[in-house]
Design a protein around this ligand. Structure first.
Ligand SMILES: Cc1cc2nc3c(=O)[nH]c(=O)nc-3n(C[C@H](O)[C@H](O)[C@H](O)COP(=O)(O)OP(=O)(O)OC[C@H]3O[C@@H](n4cnc5c(N)ncnc54)[C@H](O)[C@@H]3O)c2cc1C
Length: 586
């Protein structure tokens, strides 16, 4: 057996979700380890720009019930309404808590937290635009992550940075007892034994070729779940953000449209007035992305290839741009060669966010599918953040709701885990084969022979997903995508890593990441093929209508034989009345 370290709780991921959960437990004097493959403050949370949504009512009248309504509608009624109520009701407290921890929010003249309008936000259940997203300029995620990191240092959370988690350790009765991980600098494998294991590994939008996500967002937690024989929920739902910089993928925050920016086609037309007569450029993201895709298809795209549209913001004035959107100006100048104070920014829909993920309950416990009887929690295992699917975002996430999801459910997970640890004081023995899966995978790559290369296979997978499972989907395209992906999977058997050095084994990490990305790509294609309707971010050309009779349910994908199970959407909230599904217009 490989060497072992023991903690009360091990948290995999040092982004906003992992750090919020870790803080809750460390402040309860538990022995908490955070494992992160990059230095924690480099996690993708750092690049969140626009903000975190909570009905504080600092700028417009507001109410958490309205936030809840908008989130349910934004989710195209696929979100679970008990979870959405829990999140929206707790949002103001979660934001004040961050403020008291020292998060440097931008301020209004009266000293209150600055808020900006974001897509899909309304007052009075579908009325006037609400102003609900709390921001620290356009670097909210940066401020949030650094605040939480400092608080964890003060609470004596132990950090294992540049450790790559490999696989969950599960005993015969199904208890999760920790994780195996590779120390990147030395190549040494370790076991982290703990009574609580929490996955907070972030998103996986790197299955697509054009993505706003960091290269590290390879959905590792999802790969671990599938290898542990557990399912993934709603993997057909990926959000394409309307405004990424073409080819490069860098995100131009929705906050630009919140501050008054709007989209133009090659005829200089504000086309969103046509697609969303009320909300215009601040319609929900799926709606805006489809509108852009249609403009491009109709030959009204800009540039020599007609493959993007323009986002105009110079009319709000250089001073406002420099104070409210300094980071965006920098990004735009560096990656699009455009100063938004003077000219419009070229933008195109870009893969951005994973609505699906590891199925959890309101306490962030990972749950098994109903096929095994009533939904049951996997003892000792939690998931929080973008890797989890609780599901508050349903078929389409509203901007600013992800940072909120991280802190609300991070805290809830921490609280539940504290109770679980009180009730489960005696560590269960590790199974004899605890490290086998991990050492087997490492040995396979060390001994690999063949002619295929990992970066090439990854690029092919990304192209397949981009072409066969983009903003619009169709049965023949999806089937062909699954077939092509199968070929890439088969070629993985003949892949070798180029750099066999054990000291600086980044090439080995890329191979291990591809072993996580490929099954996520498959889960996405298979789930997208099964869902014969259009809902939220999942748009089927061949099934353009939403079908509530058949599809008001979540998809559960298991790796064995690509099996699909389903579970109904939880329409009943905790204390208020259900928002009944109705047609969704903006
Ligand atoms: C460019 C951009 C802008 C965004 N802007 C906003 C916004 O304004 N508002 C909003 O609400 N949402 C926004 N989002 C979405 C939101 O930022 C993310 O969903 C959220 O930050 C994810 O947080 P997380 O803690 O779940 O994961 P991450 O922050 O991605 O962290 C994942 C962690 O897991 C670790 N990890 C992963 N795999 C392994 C492994 N195998 N071993 C060890 N460690 C591992 C990583 O090192 C990292 O620490 C944005 C997203 C992007 C990409």
């Amino acid at each position: 057996m490989i060497p072992k370290r023991t903690f009360d709780a091990v948290i995999i991921g040092g982004g906003g979700a992992g750090l919020r959960a870790a803080l809750q437990m460390a402040q309860a004097d538990l022995k908490v380890a955070v494992i992160s493959k990059v230095f924690p403050t480099r996690s993708h949370t750092v690049s969140a720009q626009g903000g975190i949504t909570a009905a504080l009512g600092n700028v417009s009248d507001d109410d958490w019930h309205w936030h809840m309504y908008d989130t349910v509608k934004g989710s195209d009624y696929l979100g679970d309404q008990d979870a959405i109520e829990f999140m929206c009701r707790n949002a103001p407290t979660a934001v004040y808590e961050l403020e008291h921890m020292g998060l440097p929010f931008s301020r209004l003249d009266n000293g209150k937290i600055y808020q900006r309008p974001f897509g899909g936000q309304s007052q009075n259940f579908g009325g006037e635009q609400a102003v609900r997203t709390c921001a620290a300029a356009d670097r909210t995620g940066h401020a949030l992550l650094h605040t939480l990191y400092q608080r964890n240092i003060a609470a004596r959370t132990q950090f294992f940075e540049e450790f790559f988690a490999l696989d969950l350790i599960r005993d015969e009765e199904g208890y999760v007892l920790g994780v195996s991980a590779l120390e990147i600098e030395t190549g040494q494998p370790w076991l982290f034994e703990a009574r609580v294991t929490l996955l907070a590994t972030g998103g996986g939008a790197r299955i697509f070729r054009h993505s706003t996500n960091a290269h590290i967002n390879s959905g590792d937690g999802l790969g671990m779940i599938l290898r542990a024989g557990l399912p993934l929920e709603d993997m057909e739902f990926w959000q394409f953000h309307p405004t990424g910089i073409p080819e490069i993928g860098s995100l131009i925050t929705e906050g630009v449209r919140g501050e008054g920016g709007y989209l133009l086609n090659k005829d200089n037309e504000r086309f969103m007035l046509r697609y969303a007569p009320n909300a215009h450029d601040l319609a929900s993201r799926d709606v805006v992305s489809r509108a852009i895709a249609q403009e491009i298809l109709a030959g009204r795209g800009c540039g020599p290839h007609g493959d993007f549209v323009y986002l105009k913001i110079d009319h709000i004035g250089a001073d406002k741009i420099k104070s409210r959107l300094p980071g965006i100006r920098e990004l735009s100048m560096q990656f699009a060669g455009v100063d938004p104070c003077e000219a419009p920014i070229p933008v195109t829909p870009t893969a951005h966010y994973m609505m699906g993920g590891i199925p959890t309950n309101l306490h962030a416990q990972v749950v098994t599918p109903e096929r095994y009887g009533p939904e049951e929690a996997v003892p000792g295992l939690y998931a929080v953040g973008e890797c989890a699917c609780v599901s508050v975002h349903g078929a389409n996430r509203l901007g600013g709701n992800s940072l909120l999801d991280l802190v609300v459910f991070g805290r809830a997970a921490g609280n539940h885990a504290i109770e679980y640890l009180r009730e489960n004081t005696i560590p269960r023995p590790l199974p004899a084969d605890a490290s086998d899966l991990a050492t087997g995978r490492l040995a396979r790559w060390d001994k690999a022979k063949g002619n295929e290369r990992v970066p090439k296979l990854r690029a092919e997978m990304q192209r397949i997903l981009q072409e066969h499972c983009g903003v619009y989907r169709r049965e023949d395209l999806l089937k062909e995508g699954i077939e092509k992906l199968g070929q890439v999977e088969a070629r993985l058997q003949d892949a070798v890593i180029e750099d066999r050095s054990k000291m600086f084994n980044t090439a080995r990490l890329e191979a291990l990441e591809l072993e996580n990305l490929l099954p996520i790509a498959r889960a996405t294609l298979v789930s997208a093929l099964a869902r014969t309707e259009s809902r939220g971010a999942h748009s089927r050309e061949d099934y353009p209508k939403r079908d509530d009779d058949q599809w008001l349910r979540h998809t559960l994908y298991s790796r064995e034989n690509d099996q699909l199970d389903y579970k109904p959407v939880r329409l009943k909230p905790l204390t208020v009345e259900t928002f009944q599904p109705k047609e969704r217009t903006y």
